[in-house]
Structures are given as C-alpha cells and as structure tokens.
Design a protein around this ligand. Structure first.
Ligand SMILES: Cc1cc2nc3c(=O)[nH]c(=O)nc-3n(C[C@H](O)[C@H](O)[C@H](O)COP(=O)(O)OP(=O)(O)OC[C@H]3O[C@@H](n4cnc5c(N)ncnc54)[C@H](O)[C@@H]3O)c2cc1C
Length: 529
C-alpha cells in the first residue's frame, strides 16, 4: 500500500501530530479510517508524554464543574470564554472515564476514588494523576497501546507536515516530508478533513520545557494558509523548570508547591510571601515573574522541598527526583535550582466549539488551538483536559460529515523549487539560525516585554525570514509563529495574565477581550516596527 496514494486518502481524515489531542481524536474517530502523521516514533517528541501533574477534572467530593469553571475564569484574567469553560469542565468527568477505560492507571485510594493533587489557582484538590508525577507518560502509554490495536488508524512515523494544501478556499490535506528527505519535493496527502494537532510553541524559546519538535509549526502552517489566529501574545512561563543548563529544561511540577514546597533565593529568603497572599500557589504568571525578578537582581532561585516532602520526594515524585539526580542534585538534602521557562501557549489557531478553524476543511485541537478556555493564563492541568475534550468533539463533528461527492478539486501547489530545496538542507544544518530565533524570543518576547524590545525582535525576525524565505518551510513556520507572538505582544498595550509589558504594567479594561490576527496583519505590524 502506498501511503501517498491520493485517491486512498480522498475520503479520509489526516491528523497532523501524535500527542494526546491527535491520538485521542484518532481513537474517537474509529472505525472511520484516519492517517496520523508523527515526526518521531509514537510517544516521543510530544509534550503530552512529559506532563507531570495530570488532568484537571471536578471528580472529587464537594467539587463541581461550576467551581472548576470559575477557577479557570479567575486564572484566565478576565478573557476566558465562559460558555467554553462551562462546557469543557462539564465534559471532564466523561473524558477521565474514557482515559481510565483505555487503561490509564490513575492513582486511587482504598475505596477506588481518584487521588487528587492540588495545583496553583485551583480552589481544591482537582488534578487526576498517575504515580505522583507520571500522568503524561502513563496516559500516552495506554493510548498508544490502544492506537496500535485499532485497525482504522494508520500511523506514519518519521514524517513532518510543512504546509496545508488548499483548493477552492478549503483545506484539502497537507504537504509533508519524510525526515532526512529534504531534497525531495514535499509529498501531498489529500484528505477530506485535516486535523492539526501538532502542539504549541514553547520550543521557540531558548529556555523551554517543551520537546524539540514543538516549535510553533502548527500555528505557523495554519497562519500561512490564511487561518485566523487568536491571542498569540499569551505564552505561559512555568516558574520552576530545573535550572541545570539542559535543553529542554526538565520540569519540577507545580504539585510540589501544592504539597508545601517553597521558593527561596540564595540568601535563603522566601520571597513569594511578599508578592502574593497565596505565596507559592499564586497564579503561574505571578510566580514566574517573581522568579524572573529575583534572577534579574542577580539572585538564584531554588525550590525547597525538604521540609514538605523530605525523602518522600523519591517515591512520590519519581520523575522530578530522577531529573535532579541526573543533574547531580540530591533533592532530599538540597534545594532544587529553578528558572522560569516557556511552557504553554494559550493562543493558537482560532477554533469554534466543534474545533473548526476559520478555513473550511481544517480542525485544530490541543495546544495548537485557541478555544477560549485559557484566556490570558491557563489554569494548571487544564490543557490535557482541553486536548481530550476537543479531540472527542472534532471526531464527533467529522463523523457527521457526508461522504464527498463529485470530483475533488485540484489543489494549489506550493511552488517547490529543487534548487532552493538544496539550500534548505544547508540552512537547516546551520543550527545557528534556530539558535538565533530562540534567543530573540527569550530575550525580547519573554516573561517581561516592552515596545523597544518587541520592535527589535520583529526586525530581527524579518531579517531571519529574508534568509529563510523559500528555503525551509519548517523554519518559515517557526518564524511565522514567532512573528505572530511578537506582533500580538506589541499590539496589546497592557499587562494581563501571561503577557507582561514593563511599559504598560497595568491591566486595561479596554483590552479585556480576545485578539484575533491574520498573518497579513502581523506582517504589517512587523513592517512598521
Ligand atoms: C514538561 C511539561 C509538563 C506538562 N504538564 C502538564 C500537566 O500536568 N497537565 C496538563 O494539563 N498539561 C501539562 N502540560 C501541557 C500539556 O502537556 C500540553 O499542552 C499537551 O500535552 C498538548 O497536547 P497536544 O497533543 O496538543 O501536543 P503534543 O503532545 O505536544 O503533541 C504534538 C505532536 O505534534 C507533532 N508535531 C509537531 N510538529 C509537527 C509537524 N510539523 N508535522 C507533524 N507532526 C508534528 C509532535 O512531534 C507531537 O507528536 C505540560 C507540558 C510540558 C512540556
């Protein structure tokens, strides 16, 4: 069977990305045939498998979807879509039951009830977890096992999507490339429905917790095809990535602070007490900025788990303990050095309640999308929840499509030039180009932003793009995403949630709304910078 046979896929569904959102959608679509594209072997290269905390859901005694929705709205700093937060939190229990039925070994007490963690800005213990900090790994293991046994799901590993294909104003599939095959013209996979589930953009930053394949490819691809992007400026920085110089930076889950771990500087001062009444459990953006401030002042920041957990960290949080031990830190006896790191993108490709993007034929789920759930700041552990809720909704929506009739329209080619393809390889090998892009984002579009820095970043991105134009589409997708984030950040002249402007430090009610942006608009802002 030739996987690139267009007729084979003409009625089918192609899912770009094999994290939780993409694979859950594929399972929910069964027995409808679906092709899932993954650059890496399943389970590798997805943020989903790295998630430590778990999935937020109101499944505990005394909790309710309404309370969960309210916490989501509070964390989102005034711009969460209330209808979406209500419907997503209401669907949470059913999706947790799905994950359990698929074989996820969630932690339970002697009575079979879920053991729930507490994370920042949740009003109660609400995070369903596995072996303390192994939720992502365990969920993905269970899902992958099921995917492998599902005959309607065809997995293609070692392949990267580089462009969305369009015809008559519709998205009709994707252009992709096998890894290591960059000299060859991208291959077209035609599809009736294209689901983009290729993750967020944390890897566009020099300091990130995201895997290397999660670098804004999804948003860049969709924006270049003409999709509307929402809230691109809102990037969440996790306050406690373990600072050992490793790229990506390993994470020390927030659940540790939920258990009473504290943040101290190298003078031993517990500085969060002066910053927020909830101290270490203040919303993530506040804790991340406080850590950033300490580092800016020349201090070092540590997460001290010793009193709260002692030796229990080794068994209760084996992933974090392992990261520490690998870095030569003994978490039982020493505080853990930490730093803020790009972690999650609240913005993304704008979708409606069914996961439909503004371009017909395109659905988007998981971190690549902007559903309106997170507003300016994601509530901890709401993203795996959003991934499964929208994965299921999209499967439902696509399941209702009538089979295509008549001839399939010819698609618009992408004007591949073999000469430039050869240049592409050279540039891509030049890792400095990627390094430069990531440094620009961390230095000027990071935890703190201002107009001068953002304009500088946009000019630098324009220069990088001039080098990359027509050269490598993967790189162009990254620069496109970076441009959207920087342009959105420059346009929003206030501070809110994950977006902090030192030149506009206050929240401004006139900005109390989602923003939308096309690539054309972002490029206009860039041209004026
Ligand atoms: C360290 C860490 C801890 C986290 N902890 C939690 C937590 O406890 N709870 C929570 O709710 N959230 C957590 N998050 C966030 C959460 O993991 C992500 O938001 C979520 O997993 C996103 O799922 P996804 O399926 O959209 O994307 P991913 O899981 O990132 O999957 C994206 C997939 O797309 C592929 N891909 C990328 N580009 C292309 C391309 N061009 N073509 C084809 N495929 C492509 C990737 O290789 C990958 O397979 C954490 C994130 C990190 C990094």
């Amino acid at each position: 069977m030739n996987i690139f046979d267009n007729t084979l896929n003409a009625e089918g569904v192609v899912i770009v990305g094999a994290g939780l959102a993409g694979l859950f959608c594929a399972l929910k679509l069964a027995p409808r045939p679906v092709t899932v594209l993954s650059p890496t072997p399943l389970g590798l290269g997805a943020s989903s498998a790295w998630a430590q905390g778990g999935v937020a859901a109101a499944v505990g005694k005394g909790d309710s979807p309404a309370a969960h929705a309210l916490d989501t709205q509070m964390a989102g700093a005034g711009i969460v879509d209330h209808g979406i937060s209500q419907s997503v939190t209401e669907e949470a229990a059913a999706r947790i039951a799905d994950l359990a039925a698929l074989g996820t070994p969630f932690d339970r007490d002697d009575f079979g009830n879920y053991v729930l963690s507490k994370e920042a800005a949740h009003s109660m213990n609400r995070v369903v977890r596995v072996s303390g900090d192994r939720a992502g790994h365990a969920i993905m293991q269970a899902i992958i096992a099921k995917v492998r046994q599902t005959p309607s799901i065809r997995i293609v590993e070692g392949i990267t999507a580089v462009d969305l294909a369009r015809a008559d104003g519709r998205v009709v599939g994707v252009f992709c490339r096998k890894l290591g095959d960059r000299y060859v013209e991208p291959v077209f996979i035609r599809a009736r429905a294209t689901v983009l589930a290729a993750g967020g953009l944390g890897g566009l930053y020099a300091v990130t917790t995201n895997p290397p394949s999660v670098r804004g490819h999804a948003m860049g691809m969709a924006a270049r095809a003409g999709a509307i992007i929402a809230d691109p400026e809102f990037v969440q920085f996790h306050p406690t990535a373990i600072a050992t110089g490793k790229d990506p930076a390993p994470l020390a889950t927030e659940a540790l602070r939920g258990e009473g771990a504290i943040l101290v500087n190298d003078l031993g001062k517990r500085f969060m007490l002066d910053v927020h009444e909830d101290a270490e459990l203040a919303p993530r953006d506040i804790v991340a900025r406080a850590n950033f401030q300490q580092i800016k002042l020349g201090r070092k920041v540590f997460l001290d788990t010793r009193q709260a957990l002692g030796a229990r960290i080794l068994e209760a949080y084996p992933t974090v303990a392992q990261y520490c031990i690998e870095a030569g830190i003994d978490p039982v006896r020493e505080p853990i050095p930490v730093t803020p790191a790009a972690h999650y993108h609240m913005g993304g490709v704008k979708v409606d309640a069914d996961g439909r993007a503004s371009l017909p034929g395109l659905w988007v789920c998981g971190e690549a999308s902007c559903t309106g759930l997170h507003g300016a700041n994601r509530l901890a552990s709401n993203s795996l929840l959003e991934a499964v809720v929208y994965g299921a909704r999209i499967a439902d929506d696509i399941g209702g499509l009538e089979p295509a009739t008549g001839h399939l329209p010819p698609f618009e080619g992408i004007g591949w030039d073999p000469q430039k393809g050869a240049e592409a390889e050279a540039i891509l090998r030049n890792l400095d180009a990627v390094k430069r892009l990531r440094a620009i984002m961390s230095d000027h579009v990071g935890v703190e932003r201002d107009a001068a820095g953002l304009k500088h970043a946009l000019r630098e991105l324009a220069t990088l793009e001039a080098t990359a134009l027509g050269v490598t589409r993967a790189y162009l997708n990254m620069i496109t995403s970076a441009t959207l984030v920087a342009a959105g950040a420059l346009r929003r002249t206030e501070s809110r949630g994950g977006h902090f402007r030192t030149d506009f430090p206050k929240t401004d009610d006139t900005w109390g709304r989602h923003t939308e942006m096309t690539l054309g608009e972002a490029l206009e802002i860039r041209a004026e910078a």
